[in-house]
Design a protein. Structure first.
Length: 129
């Protein structure tokens, strides 16, 4: 099987990674869609700009956009991972790991604050759902 110029063999087992996953959902999206109609994509793109930019700034990545929601991930660096006797990955108990987890949490707090303060969103969607 050739995917984008690379080979994928489904018989080779995957590898486990350690990461923080977050899910950000636009509340009352159906109502927003009915009100905004053709402007709904402008609304979603404004929110996406905030979400993507904030998550990227705090060392995460927007993994997938799913209409009214965003899957976000903070993959722990290899140096923060150790393996137990059975070869299973686990996080080290370090300040680096704690700081990385804090960055994920702060990202969500910043996203909420930026969405609530956004003048662009207020112009596009001035209603309080």
């Amino acid at each position: 099987m050739d995917i984008l110029g690379g080979e994928v063999d489904p018989m080779i087992p995957g590898k486990k990674i350690l990461a923080i996953f977050g899910f950000c959902d636009i509340r009352n999206f159906t109502d927003a869609t009915e009100i905004l109609q053709q402007d709904v994509m402008v609304f979603v793109n404004e929110i996406a700009e905030i979400v993507h930019g904030t998550v990227d700034f705090f060392s995460g990545a927007a993994n997938k956009n799913i209409g009214d929601a965003f899957l976000l991930v903070w993959k722990f660096p290899q140096e923060d991972i150790e393996y137990d006797d059975e070869g299973q990955p686990q996080l080290k108990d370090t300040e680096s790991v704690k700081g990385f987890a804090d960055m994920a949490l702060v990202s969500f707090l910043k996203i909420i604050a930026k969405v609530n303060r956004s003048l662009k969103l207020d112009k596009v969607f001035p209603f309080n759902l």
